[in-house]
Ligand binder design. Structure first.
Ligand code: XIL
Length: 331
């Protein structure tokens, strides 16, 4: 039995899917999105390049459309994201070349106060900081992204101070939103999540309004399932934090010429999705479980992982995959 307050969500690209929304005449996609999910995450609509295209220009057109759709369909909204190394507008990339830490701070503070303030009261969880730690195989190993992230780079002398401020600004702009750290390869207990655990302890000790830890959960059948997910969630929950599965998908390697997965792959995909959901259901502090879009035609996977696909829980004709039904029976 799902805790009453577990939100079940999907990512949606409002700019592509919701601009023409008419409650009296929804598209099939809009109908399924409204009927099957209680939470939405803007796949791109609240990212820097979408909402802050020029230094003095904020554009909330598609993000507002998404929030309006969510309201019309009695859904909550997860905000995504305020501090990230990717999808920053060209002007940030350009200006950051000469930023002092004070300049970077000012730009980030204005952005966070403006964006979080704009949606005050509409967002239950915000991914404040996204993918701020490197992977083990990157130059320098698991450490804060003080090269790739323009804000952390400008403040590389004390990146944690900037992070803590980012959470404070967001909290002041919307005290009701639960503020998350979020990353990939952050499901099980590993070097990256150890780094997050240490960071979370430090932030909490400093009185930072950190409220949650999100595991994106972009899985692939090329790799095994990390069964330490629940234990990882439990250690963050023990710090008093919420935890969440924020971007679940399970991609399948498809050989050239193959049109779909084998029955074994389909069954394994369902098991993986359900494994993610079970970990969330087993930890009381798990407050939301979100899949990263549907159907497969809308998935980011084929663009980013050549040779892999079929990653979502709906086929392109909106028929439900076994992953959907297995998870539904777990709820
Ligand atoms: C992806 C979107 O799905 C794509 O449409 C976009 O082109 C790139 O970003 N981790 C995240 C998400 O936190 O924001 C990413 O979303 C997927 C990986």
């Amino acid at each position: 039995q799902a805790p009453k307050d577990l939100a079940i969500g999907s990512a949606v690209w409002g700019q592509k899917q919701l601009m023409d929304y008419d409650a009296a005449d929804p598209t099939q996609y809009q109908q399924v999105l409204g009927a099957q999910f209680s939470s939405l995450t803007p796949e791109n609509d609240m990212k820097w390049d979408a909402v802050h295209p020029a230094p003095d220009v904020y554009d909330f057109t598609s993000a507002d459309a998404l929030v309006a759709y969510a309201k019309a369909n009695h859904q909550q909204v997860r905000g995504h994201t305020l501090l990230w190394h990717s999808q920053n507008p060209a002007w940030v990339t350009e200006a950051s070349k000469t930023w002092t830490c004070d300049e970077a701070r000012d730009v980030l503070e204005d952005h966070i106060r403006t964006v979080v303030g704009h949606f005050k009261g509409e967002i239950y969880e915000w991914d404040v900081a996204n993918e701020i730690f490197q992977d083990t195989w990157e130059n320098g190993g698991v450490k804060l992204r003080t090269e790739a992230n323009p804000f952390l780079k400008a403040c590389a002398d004390d990146p944690v101070a900037l992070l803590e401020d980012a959470f404070r600004w967001a909290h002041e702009a919307d005290p009701d939103a639960v503020l998350f750290l979020n990353d990939y390869n952050a499901e099980g207990i590993n070097e990256k999540t150890d780094a997050y655990y240490a960071l979370a302890q430090r932030m909490l000790a400093d009185g930072t309004p950190l409220g949650g830890f999100g595991a994106q959960a972009h899985l692939s059948l090329l790799y095994g399932f990390d069964t330490t997910l629940q234990a990882n969630f439990e250690r963050f929950a023990a710090l008093g934090l919420h935890v969440a599965v924020t971007e679940a998908d399970v991609r399948i390697p498809l050989q050239d010429g193959e049109t779909g997965p084998t029955p074994e792959q389909v069954a394994t995909q369902a098991e993986r999705y359900d494994g993610l959901l079970q970990a969330c259901l087993n930890v009381k502090a798990c407050s939301s479980f979100t899949v990263w879009g549907f159907p497969d035609a809308n998935s980011w996977v084929p663009d980013v992982f050549p040779g892999e696909g079929w990653a979502t829980i709906f086929e392109d004709d909106y028929s439900r995959k076994p992953a959907f039904d297995v998870m539904l029976s777990s709820l």
